[in-house]
Design a protein. Sequence first.
Length: 141
Amino acid sequence: MGDTHLAEIPGGWTAPWSLEALKDEDLAVRQCAALGLSRQPDERALPALVEAMRSDDALLARLAANALEAIGAAAVPALLDVMENGPQAVRLEAARTLAMIGDTRAIPALFNALDEDSALMEYWANEGLERMGVGMMFFKP
């Protein structure tokens, strides 16, 4: 639980500790590490955070997605890969995260997500497209 306090210390020196803590056997330690990385994002954590999004623990998956959101544009390629190749629950977290980041590279993936049979996926795809100013566009056939 100490990582949440360490993440409040300015300077970013806690990132290596958080990266190591993402590998800990204790779920609570991994959760705290993901929370800490959402407050002090570090691109070096991208692979570990994507892996943490695959966790069966919904809280760890959400905290990892939040940390990827905090990383921002640098996380988009990894999130797009998850959208293309990940299981449904992980893809949903990726769609939410892409919607919150608002990077235009996600537009094709979010448009594709509109065709899925999932109200939550449709919601986050619409949310992301709206945030980027491309929601409710109509095209002539």
